[in-house]
Design a protein around this ligand. Structure first.
Ligand code: NAD
Length: 294
């Protein structure tokens, strides 16, 4: 049993903390939202009065927060309350610069740290099937891995501080671009009189094959579990895809990388989300393209 502090008990953090309780750890949590706290309390998380109280006495701390500014602020608040050598794992999806700032705050407080964003969404958080992509020292990763594998089924050590966020941003840039590509192909197929199933049967076993097609097909029918069959309820909301594509562009600018399709995908998702679709699954972009928007 490990004593774990958990800050950020929302859609992702709540079920992740619940899985740590289920694995037999003593988990003390905190969230600014009373509703999030209540859900976690029902799952067996002890709710503290504030973030510093949640981490006092913890051997491992996990944070799951919306954006970089929240992570940097929370790290500044909790580090003085943590013992030397405590491991702090940030699982939020944030910009690489903020991730590196958070690592620096942890190092100043003589704590081990890992940036370890996740892939797998709310379903993966509930089922403990997330993939973790981690950045930090080998020592921090070795200590974190058994805990991560109780919230997910794969943990990849991607490199030093910030490498986990870099992997997440690159992966989701591929995903955003590929979903638009697959959706465009279905819209073109419709105009050409080709059925969804025929395109799926060919492309899923040809060079057009990709996750956006075979696991997350944006039209109803070929993949019964995809959000297209559930009125495009997320899944992974367009607003979160827009956030990740924005992080990819920020990183492209600061690093000097050329990512024109990443920027185009970000702009398309910005218009889609801005048209009232922020909470729609990101594969719903097919409906937007079908209506003739670009
Ligand atoms: P969420 O909004 O449901 O949860 C975030 C929680 O953080 C909220 O409950 C909020 O009250 C809390 N919070 C904010 N500031 C705080 C503070 N200072 N102290 C304590 N609590 C604070 O968001 P989520 O869907 O759980 O996402 C969390 C992170 O995971 C984000 O970075 C997101 O990009 C990433 N992510 C989400 C998904 C998904 O499908 N939802 C998938 C992969 C990654």
């Amino acid at each position: 049993m490990t004593t774990i502090g958990f800050i950020g008990l929302g859609n992702m953090g709540g079920p992740m903390a619940a899985n740590l309780v289920r694995a037999g750890h003593r988990v003390t949590g905190f969230d600014l939202s009373a509703e999030s706290c209540e859900g976690a309390r029902e799952a067996g998380v002890v709710i503290a009065d504030d973030a510093a109280a949640a981490v006092t006495g913890a051997e491992v701390v996990v944070t799951m927060l919306p954006a970089g500014r929240h992570v940097v602020e929370v790290f500044g608040t909790i580090l003085p309350a943590m013992r030397d050598g405590t491991l702090v794992i940030d699982c939020s999806t944030i910009d690489v610069d903020s991730a590196r700032k958070a690592h620096a705050i942890a190092a100043k407080g003589r704590c081990l740290s890992l940036d370890s964003p996740v892939s797998g969404g709310v379903g993966g958080a509930q089922a403990a099937t997330l993939t973790f992509m981690a950045g930090g020292s080998p020592e921090a990763f070795a200590k974190a891995e058994p805990i991560l594998l109780q919230m997910g089924r794969k943990a990849v050590h991607c490199g030093e501080a910030g490498a986990g966020q870099a992997a997440k941003i690159c992966n989701n840039m591929i995903l955003g671009i590929s979903m638009i590509g697959v959706a465009e192909a279905f819209v073109l197929a419709e105009k050409l009189g080709l059925s969804h199933q025929a395109l799926f049967d060919v492309a899923s076993t040809s060079s057009g094959q990709c996750w956006s097609l075979t696991t997350y097909c944006p039209v109803p029918g070929p993949v019964p579990t995809s959000p297209a069959n559930n009125d495009y309820k997320p899944g992974f909301a367009a607003g979160l895809m827009l956030k990740d594509l924005g992080l990819a562009q920020e990183a492209s600018q600061t690093s000097g990388a050329t990512t024109p399709l990443g920027e185009h995908a970000r702009a398309i998702y910005e218009r889609f989300a801005g048209a009232g679709n922020e909470a729609v699954d990101f594969s719903g972009i097919v409906r937007y393209l079908r209506e003739g928007h670009d």
